[in-house]
Design a protein around this ligand. Structure first.
Ligand code: PNW
Length: 475
């Protein structure tokens, strides 16, 4: 083994998951657990919304198998685990005056204790998309800034009170862009019931995503404020995690160079600029005009500086051309080939994802230069084409996923050599799980899950990653 000592000795690495994607072990068990329904339960019940008709109630059964699963992660070498708390599991109806589910609260407490016992630092996300359904019914969820903020802050406070003596690393929101854009504009994700249909041909609202995005920023900022003022003695860090893949201009034409920046502004800057720079990007304002809500002075004072780190989820790189009709991507076309017509990489199991490692180094440099914060990579991973159709024996020899991690981890190492302050890496995902509207088809796991028996089998990629960190973290 060659040691590179490329990463700091306290580098954090592990696997990432989200509650709604892994916990369910069958409808009966879920009902007995006291968890309230989320917008994803409701969405799964709508015909045609989930590719294979899968349900969030029946996924990997982490809810009963958590102890073995944590032991497995530990055996793969992880020194940390990133997971999310299900809001409706701890407060079934979700609201600030609604009752707490003691069983749900205890569940995460046990998971946290076991992580610590095993020597894995818990990174806890408060909101990974499973809004309590009741809040959507009551007031439209993220559409109502005042009410959702009050409810979210009470939920966050309950988590800080209950777990904050043991959890030092908090993530308020996972990928607000997905919540706002896929959940309220494109119609691909829950709740997908836009009230303003500017475009009569489809589920497209041209106002809701921006209202929702604004509420998400405000709710996040209030939760951070509560943590920093009321829980300062816990001495933890708190921040937000954003998605946003790298946008490379299709060619050197000014229009396409601008389109690439517009795409970065829409996907990343929409949230990162207010949080780290104190205002929305100028290109977003120019595109949306009065459809982009304004911050009051009090709001922006709270939002600006509301993240101790930059939480980065990263998956792919696009060649970007001007002239599309998609505001949530800055009206940019996202392509996987340049003018030479040669694909950047073969297809994965999802249309938006390909194995293009070179954009990662550029992305990390861009984020560090623009926002100047330590970067926690909170997700990165790959869905091998056709893996669900493979035999178990073939699926666990996941050479394409190994190839992906080899390239992307190399890009992390290069970015660190460039001077970028990267502190963590979480692979998405620990094991195959519920891939939202795509159901159980696309598999992102470094461990295979047989959904009939729930049996777990380690894939080659899990071993590869463990070995990679063993070689690259300074001893
Ligand atoms: C992230 N897109 O989601 C999420 O944080 C995970 O829950 C998810 O399983 C993972 O990436 C893999 O998809 C995304 O359509 C979902 O561009 C969709 C998109 C991007 C990220």
């Amino acid at each position: 083994m060659t040691r590179t000592n490329a990463l700091r000795s306290d580098f954090i690495w592990g696997f990432a998951t989200a509650a709604a994607q892994i916990e369910g072990g069958g409808a009966e068990q879920e009902a007995a657990s006291g968890r309230g329904p989320s917008i994803w339960d409701y969405f799964c019940d709508q015909p045609g919304k989930i590719a294979d008709g899968a349900k969030v109630t029946d996924t990997c059964d982490f809810y009963t198998r958590w102890k073995e699963d944590l032991a497995m992660m530990k055996s793969l070498g992880a020194n940390s685990y990133r997971f999310s708390i299900s809001w409706p599991r701890v407060i079934p109806l979700g609201g600030k005056d609604d009752p707490v589910n003691k069983q749900g609260l205890q569940f995460y407490s046990d998971v946290i204790d076991e992580c610590l016992r095993l020597g894995m630092t818990p990174f806890v996300t408060l909101y990974h998309w499973d809004l309590p359904l009741e809040l959507y019914k009551r007031y439209g969820g993220w559409l109502d800034k005042e009410r959702v903020t009050a409810d979210f802050v009470r939920y966050a406070r309950l988590c800080f009170e209950t777990y904050g003596d043991r959890v030092q690393n908090w993530i308020t929101l996972n990928e607000p862009w997905v919540v706002a854009a896929l959940g309220h504009a494109a119609g691909a994700f829950a709740p997908c019931v836009p009230r303003v249909r500017a475009n009569p041909s489809g589920h497209v609202s041209n106002t809701e995503p921006w209202i929702v995005g604004h509420s998400l920023l405000i709710a996040h900022a209030h939760a951070v404020h509560a943590y920093r003022t009321e829980f300062a003695h816990q001495r933890g860090t708190i921040g937000i995690t954003l998605n946003g893949d790298w946008a490379e201009p299709y060619d050197a034409s000014p229009d396409n160079v601008k389109a690439a920046q517009d795409k970065m502004d829409a996907a990343v800057g929409w949230f990162a600029d207010p949080v780290y720079l104190g205002h929305y990007p100028a290109s977003l304002k120019a595109m949306l005009r009065d459809r982009l809500p304004d911050f009051t002075p009090a709001e922006i004072a709270l939002v600006h500086g509301s993240s101790d780190f930059y939480g980065c989820n990263f998956y792919t790189t696009n060649m970007v051309k001007a002239g599309a009709d998609d505001e949530t991507n800055g009206n940019a076309h996202l392509l996987f080939e340049g003018p030479d017509g040669v694909p950047l990489a073969p297809e994965s199991d999802l249309g938006w994802l390909r194995d293009v490692p070179w954009g990662f180094r550029k992305h990390l440099n861009y984020l560090y230069k623009r926002y100047g914060k330590p970067i926690y990579i909170t997700e990165n991973g790959y869905a091998v084409k056709g893996e669900s159709e493979m035999s178990a024996a073939d699926a666990v020899r996941d050479a394409d996923r190994v190839h992906y991690f080899e390239g992307y981890l190399g890009a992390v190492r290069d970015a660190v050599a460039d001077g970028v302050d990267v502190r963590s890496y979480f692979a998405w995902s620990c094991y195959d799980n519920f891939e939202w509207a795509s159901g159980l088809g696309p598999r992102f796991g470094c461990v295979r899950v047989d959904y009939d028996t729930k049996k777990r089998t380690v894939k080659d990629s899990a071993r590869f990653i463990g070995q990679w960190f063993e070689e690259n973290i300074t001893a």
